[in-house]
Design a protein around this ligand. Sequence first.
Ligand SMILES: [Zn+2]
Length: 254
Amino acid sequence: MRSTLRNGAALGLLSLALGACGAPGTGAPEPLSSDQPRPLVAAPDEPARQAPNLPPGLETQAPLDDPLVDLASVDPRLVLHLSYGTEDNFVREVLYPEPRALLRASAAARLVEVLDRLEPRGLGLLVYDAYRPHAVQRRMWELLPNPDYVADPARGSRHNRGMAVDVGLCDASGRPLEMPTAHDAFEPAAAADAALPWGPARRNRDLLIEAMAASGFRVLRSEWWHFDAEGWEERALLDVPIEAVPAQGGPQAP
Ligand SMILES: [Zn+2]
């Protein structure tokens, strides 16, 4: 697997080096061919792990315009069941150093609206995942380099923009309600429009999608739990560590 990744990284770096108008290439472990007078890529002794697939426009500073905020601070009604803060996820590894859920402030405000809409019905929201640093995306890809399951870090995941959230429904005491599948279940019933038999799972799924849509969240067709806040395409991909964002939300200190 390592050599496959290295070869792929070398090809990616060639285009990056060409696209960067002579900027020094970094990180690939070996020259592309033996007859090049000057290698486009780094010296062979640089380790392969220094050749990440970085998408264009990736930002490493906490954004100031629509900052990342801590959902637990924004609204304590949210029930956090963060799959990647534990080993209870499809890669069986703790991926977040702190089990905190962050979102851009604009998306978090929409989520509060959804809670306000659900609360009178005795319902609430469970959060499975929210903002995901790009470094975590790269780690997931390292563990499972299959675009059917993990977004290629070369393009980034919608979660890297801080505008996507994975949620389910719970009752007023925070108990999960029956949904079509578990979070991150890769099966046909996970589709947002899967033809489920009438019953609680289908009713809860449809109610969730309707409540989220009323506040500008669009469901991902292949995952009933994944929602993107309106305007997500305009927000940059981020590689800001979760621990760099203060618990009270707001921008990172300089
Ligand atoms: Zn998602």
